[in-house]
Write a protein that binds this ligand. Structure first.
Ligand code: FAD
Ligand code: NAI
Length: 368
């Protein structure tokens, strides 16, 4: 390289090219890089939603040298993979565990495991059908964030720029860039591209600038789920740690404390079926807790000791009613994109894969 170090190569660029050249320059000191003219790509990419799909895209865009700015209406990252702090420990009220089948996702999970963000969870699995409870062991690897589900998205967020408690209400485009309006009336921008990484029902309003994308999101029905957590001072006398439930108001039971890294008293998470939730959507939380606790007793076939603590959370947009094969929604000419679990199957793996696809589409659209 010694002959090259005497030459000065002037590069005007932006995005990944400039980032790549900076790295090359650090190694070989061979060129002088001057900042790009203000162009379309000198602005960051806005990502609305710091759930897994938004963070999946954010990490890939960041690694490729693009700057991103995340927004989330909640107080922290994770969306439906978030965990709730309570007097009886951290509770995973949304996603319970995830499986990895796609080869890229398997590699990502292995990396997350090395980072200490996720661990295998191997519960004693039961199933409940037609009034019968029976063990139902299998060899499926299942993963959870540790010491709580939200540890994964916290790890993925790292030091990426994010604004929490910022609900974006409108996205609009000027000549060359996008601006976002939040619920408090603040404007954010300019941005070169916008990626909407929110559940379909919330995404459709934000995608109004691209009617075809908005219509696709609007036509995706999402199912609700009531989740209840129960805390007991003394461990319940059962070996059951997870249960797939049918023929009951419940669809799922998990002993939250059987997941790795959870200490604290015995805590349980119950998920109602989507059908039961639809039928009891507006029931007060205390009634939901009573009804689902009674269903839990019926599944276990034993009376429960007094519950020491309980809470309920209603997920209005828990999962898409049907799997789809959209992967991500794209309007490259406008610079508007959407991703989320609803573009594939309503699972953690689908959310991550959809975010990956959106990032690839954004990068490809910049290259054109
Ligand atoms: P989300 O996690 O919903 O993230 C979207 C984010 O966008 C949220 O943080 C939200 O606050 C934010 N947002 C929305 N609108 C706006 C706005 N206007 N402005 C700013 N921010 C906004 N999957 C599994 O694989 N295994 C399971 O066991 C499992 N169990 C589940 C149980 C329940 C009760 C629920 C609800 C889901 C479960 N899932 C499970 C599904 C899994 O949680 C989701 O597939 C995945 O977390 C979706 O990620 P996402 O990024 O697509 O969406
Ligand atoms: P998975 O392969 O463990 O489970 C898929 C389905 O197979 C289960 O729902 C269950 O019906 C059945 N099953 C698996 N193992 C079983 C066993 N040992 N005994 C009896 N039945 C068994 O996981 P996958 O495919 O990653 O799905 C994730 C989980 O997330 C599923 O349980 C799914 O229902 C749940 N989910 C829940 C949502 C909600 O809102 N409650 C939203 C999205 C996913």
């Amino acid at each position: 390289m010694s002959g090259l170090t005497t030459r000065i190569l002037i590069i005007r660029g932006n995005g990944c090219l400039t980032d790549f050249m900076y790295k090359l320059n650090t190694l070989y000191n061979l060129c002088q890089i001057i900042p790009a003219e203000p162009t379309f790509m000198s602005n960051p990419i806005a990502i609305i939603g710091a759930g897994l799909s938004g963070l999946s895209a954010a990490n890939t865009l960041h690694a490729a040298g693009y700057s991103v700015q995340l927004f989330d209406k909640s107080r922290g990252s994770g969306g439906r993979m978030s965990s709730k702090r309570s007097g009886f420990g951290d509770l995973d009220l949304g996603a319970q565990y995830f499986t990895a089948r796609d080869a890229d996702f398997v590699r990502a999970v292995s990396h997350w495991q090395q980072q200490g963000w996720v661990e295998r969870w191997s519960p004693q699995i039961y199933q409940y059908r037609e009034g019968q409870l029976s063990p139902s062991p299998d060899h499926q690897p299942r993963w959870v964030g540790t010491p709580r589900m939200s540890a994964l998205t916290r790890g993925l967020l790292g030091s990426l720029p994010v604004r929490f408690e910022c609900r974006i209400c409108e996205i609009f485009r000027g000549d060359q860039h996008w601006q976002l309006l939040d619920a408090e009336g603040n404007l954010h921008g300019p941005f070169s591209h916008v990626l909407v990484a929110a559940p379909a029902a919330q995404a459709s309003a934000l995608l109004a600038a691209a009617p075809a994308l908005a219509a696709q999101a609007a036509s995706t029905a999402m199912e609700p789920v009531w989740a209840v957590a129960l805390g007991f001072e003394h461990a319940l006398p059962t070996s059951l740690e997870a249960c797939f439930v049918q023929d009951s108001p419940l669809a799922w039971i998990a002993r939250n404390t059987s997941k790795p890294g959870r200490s604290m008293p015995d805590s349980w998470v119950l998920h109602a079926s989507s059908q039961w939730t639809r039928e009891h959507l507006d029931l007060p939380a205390s009634n939901v807790i009573d009804l689902l606790t009674a269903a839990f007793e019926r599944v276990l076939g034993q009376a429960l000791p007094p519950v020491d603590a309980s809470l309920a959370q209603r997920w209005l947009y828990a999962r898409p009613a049907q799997p789809q094969d959209l992967r991500a929604l794209c309007d490259p000419a406008l610079g508007l994109f959407a991703c989320g679990d609803w573009c594939l199957a309503g699972r953690v793996e689908g959310a991550w894969l959809s975010g990956q696809q959106a990032a690839r589409e954004i990068i490809a659209s910049i290259g054109k």
